[in-house]
Write a protein that binds this ligand. Structure first.
Ligand SMILES: Nc1nc2c(ncn2[C@@H]2O[C@H](COP(=O)(O)OP(=O)(O)OP(=O)(O)O)[C@@H](O)[C@H]2O)c(=O)[nH]1
Ligand SMILES: [Mg+2]
Length: 315
């Protein structure tokens, strides 16, 4: 018996001998439902979701622990043709997740034909050779009559995956079957994380993300993309009250006016929506104070990207 197995047995005496585990990089173009699917597997919102593309900006882990397997989902930013340093950092982050994974889950929106961006994703997966098995999920089939995609073969031709399934992340169709398929392609191994840990992100990061999600839902056009949110204070004031302050950064004075809105109404609505979500996460009442600041052209400046946590090597 190897030394590794000795450690494995000592740590987790109750795990079955055929227990599987590994990292699953969830990749795809923006807006196909990567974060939605991961949240559904965890039964909790660890990644923010919106109908606008380029919502996820950093890599984050969603850890699913079952009796027979631990699946560490790696949520990644949507792969696209970047227009600024932020976009480049996001794409680099997504690309780097592929060779490090045990399985790549290539998610596509099967309700529409393949985009050029889907080809970028397929090429990136292909570039890591046959070393990482790829599973393709044809998502959003709930939008199609009889739940069948006329584009299935066009998507499968992009890559030739090891396995594939049509799914609906929101309605649940084939979600469990896809999880089984992923687990089948994972190697045998121990749990990498404690059974009760569901993400690697700290609550102060998720709080800022939940503010950004609320803002994405309340704002339109260019403003959501020009926003970054940073948590300032995060303090338990009493056993049932947490005080959180966060700053929303935008690139222009005109965007600041839009975020604040007439008489402060938009900012108030963003705060109210975010507070409900943050209270669910924190488990206490939350007093949320929001600030709006202008940081000109931050998406094009490496120092600002680092400050906001978006820096990736090579940018
Ligand atoms: N109808 C339908 N909508 C879905 C499904 N899955 C996700 N969506 C919607 O698609 C939109 C994008 O979902 P996200 O989970 O943010 O997509 P993403 O791939 O993480 O996007 P980025 O982070 O921008 O790369 C949201 O409005 C979701 O509600 C699905 O199975 N069916
Ligand atoms: Mg996402």
């Amino acid at each position: 018996m190897s030394a590794d197995l000795d450690v494995f047995d000592a740590q987790e005496p109750s795990l079955p001998p055929d227990h599987r585990s590994g990292f699953v990089a969830v990749v795809g173009r923006p807006n196909v439902g990567k974060s939605t699917l991961i949240n559904a597997y965890l039964g909790q919102k660890i990644a923010i979701v919106s109908h606008k593309p380029q919502t996820t900006r950093t890599r984050l882990l969603g850890i699913y622990t079952g009796d027979d397997a631990q699946v560490v989902f790696v949520d990644t930013p949507g792969i696209h043709a970047p227009r600024h340093q932020l976009g480049q950092a996001m794409v680099n982050t997504a690309l780097r997740a592929i060779p490090d994974a045990d399985v790549v889950l290539f998610l596509v929106d099967a309700s529409v034909p393949p985009h050029d961006e889907d080809r970028l994703v397929a090429n990136a997966i292909g570039a890591s050779g046959d070393t990482v098995p790829a599973v393709m999920a044809l998502n959003k089939i709930d939008l199609l009559p009889s739940h069948e995609s006329p584009y299935a073969s066009a998507y499968l031709q992009l890559l030739g995956p090891a396995a594939w399934l049509p799914i609906s992340a929101t309605k649940g169709t084939n979600r469990d079957a896809l999880l089984d398929l992923i687990i089948e392609h994972l190697p045998p191994g121990p749990r990498y994380y404690p059974a009760d840990q569901i993400t690697d992100q700290q609550m102060r990061f998720t709080a800022a993300e939940l503010v950004r999600e609320a803002a994405l839902n309340h704002l339109h056009q260019e403003v959501p993309h020009a926003m970054a949110v940073v948590t300032g204070e995060f303090k338990e004031r009493s056993p049932d009250m947490t005080y959180i302050s966060a700053t929303i950064y935008v690139e222009r004075q005109s965007q600041k006016r839009i975020v604040i809105g007439q008489g402060g109404k938009t900012l108030k609505d963003i705060g109210a929506a975010a507070r409900v979500e943050i209270e669910q996460m924190v488990g206490t009442r939350v007093f949320l104070e929001l600030w709006v600041k202008v940081q000109p052209k931050w998406r094009k400046k490496a120092a600002d990207l680092r400050h906001f946590g978006y820096h990736s090597p090579g940018t």
